[in-house]
Ligand binder design. Structure first.
Ligand SMILES: C[S@@+](CC[C@H](N)C(=O)[O-])C[C@H]1O[C@@H](n2cnc3c(N)ncnc32)[C@H](O)[C@@H]1O
Length: 204
């Protein structure tokens, strides 16, 4: 079976309730670990259909939800209008290609990193988009055996990450006060897939 692209998956993406459960667990952990306020401006990379976006948006000033897939963003825009969420903008953006000329208080990337071959390069780019004392929050799969993505899904660059290596990569990109914990365990075909959230600060 050939792998589908995210554009092709977009319309049916939210049909799997496990994705919603994962986004809820990640959102709860971000709200617990990152001091957000009504002044916080958030850049989300790889926002997809916005499962996490719509949970964070009511807690902050504004979210710029970005993704490299127009199909995913189109589903997200429909969702925003259905929910009447007015503080979310969307943009087609691939952080591996372009830098973002702005300074955000929080950068969020959920289940994106395993699709990006140059992990350290993209973390450096994330660092550059944050304001002094800004936060990064990265959620992704912990190391797995390659069975998480079924044959029809986009092929990942990594089968999850070793948590110690995530901490080292964030520090190598310049981040400080790195903290990581397992925030959810997704279950698929009776197998367990732990998902971590790493948060860190840009410093001054
Ligand atoms: C597994 S989905 C996660 C979506 C969403 N963050 C969530 O947790 O439900 C990965 C998303 O990353 C996007 N993506 C993959 N590679 C990307 C890249 N290089 N730049 C921006 N987005 C990318 C895909 O289009 C897809 O929407």
């Amino acid at each position: 079976m050939s792998a589908k692209t995210f554009n092709e998956l977009a319309q049916g993406y939210d049909e799997d309730p496990r994705r919603q459960q994962t986004a809820e667990a990640i959102s709860r952990a971000i709200l617990r670990l990152v001091p957000l306020s009504e002044d916080t401006e958030v850049l989300e990379c790889g926002a997809g259909t916005g499962l996490l976006t719509v949970l964070l948006a009511p807690k902050v000033k504004r979210v710029l939800a970005t993704d490299a897939s127009e199909g995913m963003l189109s589903v997200l825009r429909e969702k925003l209008s259905r929910l009447g969420l007015c503080n979310v903008d969307t943009d087609l953006y691939d952080p591996t290609g372009q830098s973002m000329e702005s300074s955000f208080g929080l950068l969020v990337a959920s289940m994106l990193l395993h699709h990006i071959p140059d992990t350290e390069g993209v973390l450096r780019r994330f660092y550059g988009t944050l304001s002094p004392n800004g936060w990064v929050a990265i959620a992704d799969l912990e190391e797995e055996d390659g069975s998480f993505h079924s044959p029809g899904m986009p092929k990942p660059a990594y089968y999850g990450f070793n948590r110690c290596n995530v901490v080292k990569s964030l520090e190598a990109a310049g981040f400080c006060d790195v903290y990581i914990e397992t925030v959810h365990v997704a279950v698929k075909n009776e197998r367990q897939y732990p998902i971590f959230l790493a948060v860190a600060k840009r410093g001054r």
